[in-house]
Every structure is written in C-alpha cells, then in structure tokens.
Design a protein around this ligand. Structure first.
Ligand code: PRT
Ligand code: ZN
Length: 293
C-alpha cells in the first residue's frame, strides 16, 4: 500500500523524540537555520521559516515511517536502518551517535573468534544483523532476543555471549565482558523515502542537503587569522592546507600583513607551530557557523 502523504507540501522529517540522538539532531537543524520550538511537548512541530515539519518518534520507528513515505526524511542510527532492513535511500552520514554493534563474551570465556560461537546462545536486541553476520560465515547460533539490559544475560546464564551496541566500552567492562569483533559500524544517517516526491519537495531536499553539507564542512574547518612579515608570505601560503588562496591585507605597520584563511581543524595544531616558525604571530583560530562553497 502506498501510504505516501505527498499531497502535503511541507517536507516531513522524522527525528528521535528523546534519546541519545535528539540534542545533536536539534543542534544540526538549528545550525542550518531551521527555527522551531516546543519540540519537547509535541509529537509534530512546524518550523517557522522553512517549509518543514518535524515528527518526533522513537528511533526504532523512524526507518519504517520513512520507508512508507509517512515521513520524507529521517535522522536515525545506521544500526536501526539496517536492523529493520528497510528500503530507504541513505543520503548522508552525519558523524554523530557513533557506535558499533559488537559481539562480546565473558572475559574468561573461550568464545573469541566467530567460529567459536557455533551452537552458542547470543543475546541481542539486533537479531537480524547478528543472525546474518554469523549465517554469512556458515556459523549457526542460537538467538536470545532481548529488548534491554542485554549485557547482564551471560551472568544470568541466559546466554553465552551478547551482541550489542558499544561506544566507550564502559558498560561491557562493568559487566565483565570483553568485546571480540564488530558486526556493524554505526553513525546517524539522514535517510530519504523511496516513495515518489513532488518537484517542490525534491527541490526542498536539495536545499536542505546543501545546508547540511555547508554545516558539516564548517564543523570540520576553522577560520585562521595571523600577522606576518611580508617576506614570509610565500612560505606561509605554502604551509596553509587550504584549497583556496588566502586573503592577504596590508597592515598600518609597513612590511607586515594580515593573512586570513580557512583550514581543516584536524591540521590546525601541526600547522600552527610551522606558521610560528615561519614568522607568523598573533595567530587566532575561530569556529565557522556555516560555509557554502
Ligand atoms: O526511546 P527510543 O527508542 O527512541 O531510544 P532508545 O533508548 O532505543 O535509543 P537511545 O536513545 O539509547 O540510542 C539512540 C541511538 O544512539 C542508537 O540507536 C544508536 O544509533 C546511537 N548510540 C550511540 C547508542 C550508543 N551510542 C550506545 N552506547 N545507543 C545505545 N548505546 C548503549 C548500548 O546499547 C549499551 O547499553 O549504551 C551502552 C553502551 O555504551 P558504552 O559507552 O558503555 O559502550
Ligand atoms: Zn529505540
């Protein structure tokens, strides 16, 4: 059944109502200029300045809502998208909510490599991905499907091992478990329905993506300013890891210039020391709100 609600003109976007992904998703939406409030009290929120409405859902429900066209877009972990085996288009990886679905067993256990798990009981809230992982390697396991507190099951002798989401590894450690191997690396994804969308909605999605890309690039970049002797300009230009030519402005003090550039954040500290060695001083680094190429 085609349950697409494409007769509505607003782009409908599903986000997690309350959980680990909520704050970062809201920050991203605000960061790309979408204004709204009262999201904590309502299930549906109209935005003030963009033709977008937000539907606040449990993360488990988001892939299906998007697959069925009830929502046009959704922000949800790859773990949910792939566990639900939904037919949606993954538009972007957003590099937050990062975690992995991993198999862990008690620290003194002989269950280490996938082949050790033949005939063993594995507790998980991710039965589809876990089963498929072992099946692909010709290993048959016994699945114990659990909806929460999976990490306690080996101590209760409900299972020999678990397959669960891990980020810091603290929960596994606290329960005497050791991570053995990864089934899936996960991050928050922006997904789109495969249902046909009106021209207007498609254009809105393109605009939305352009803003997200600008926001993501800005997050990874820094604006740097510095003063330098005119004689160092060529050396400094060669050091700057920027795709674009820097801006160079004369200072009141002759023989000195101000140099402005945008560089990848992860290279800032290495470059900063080299810039100092090349004669740069008063180096300032600023965050960037957004960046449209
Ligand atoms: O109510 P709703 O159904 O919406 O939320 P939820 O309780 O099902 O999900 P929530 O908010 O806990 O997580 C939402 C999404 O965050 C997940 O689907 C993942 O995509 C992502 N994510 C990132 C995580 C973690 N990191 C994570 N560490 N989800 C869960 N965990 C749990 C994990 O299950 C384990 O219990 O945290 C524990 C392990 O954490 P560490 O840091 O001790 O390893
Ligand atoms: Zn959930």
């Amino acid at each position: 059944m085609n349950r697409s609600l494409d007769h509505t003109t607003s782009l409908r976007i599903a986000i997690q109502k309350s959980g680990r992904l909520t704050d970062k998703t809201i920050d991203l939406l605000h960061g790309i200029g979408i204004e709204f409030d009262n999201y904590k009290r309502n299930l549906m929120v109209k935005t003030r300045n963009f033709d977008v409405e937000l539907l606040l859902l449990r993360d488990d429900d988001i892939p299906e809502y998007v697959q069925d066209g009830i929502c046009d877009l959704g922000f949800v972990g790859a773990n949910e998208v792939f566990e639900k085996n939904t037919r949606v288009n993954v538009l972007r990886g957003l590099n937050y909510g990062n975690c992995r679905l991993a198999v862990a067993s008690p620290k003194d256990s002989a269950l280490v490599n996938p082949s050790d798990f033949e005939g063993k009981k594995i507790a998980t809230s991710y039965p589809f991905l876990t089963k498929r992982f072992f099946e692909d390697q010709g290993i048959s396991i016994e699945m114990v499907e659990i909806s929460g507190a999976v990490e306690i099951t080996p101590q209760l002798h409900v299972a020999d091992a678990i397959s669960d989401l891990v980020s810091t590894g603290g929960t596994l450690k606290a329960n005497g478990l050791v991570e053995r191997f990864t089934i899936l690396e996960s991050e928050t994804k922006l997904i789109q329905t495969q249902q046909a969308l009106s021209e207007g909605k498609q254009q809105l999605i393109q605009k939305f993506l352009q803003r997200i890309d600008g926001y993501q690039t800005a997050k990874k970049s820094r604006y740097i300013l510095m003063n330098a002797p005119l004689s160092s300009v060529e050396t400094i230009k060669a050091l700057l890891p920027s795709m674009k030519s820097p801006t160079i402005m004369p200072l009141a003090e002759t023989e000195m210039v101000a140099i402005h550039s945008v560089i990848p954040y992860d290279q800032f500290w290495d470059v900063m020391e080299q810039l100092q060695d090349a004669g740069a001083s008063d180096i300032v680094m600023l965050p960037i709100e957004s960046m449209i190429a």
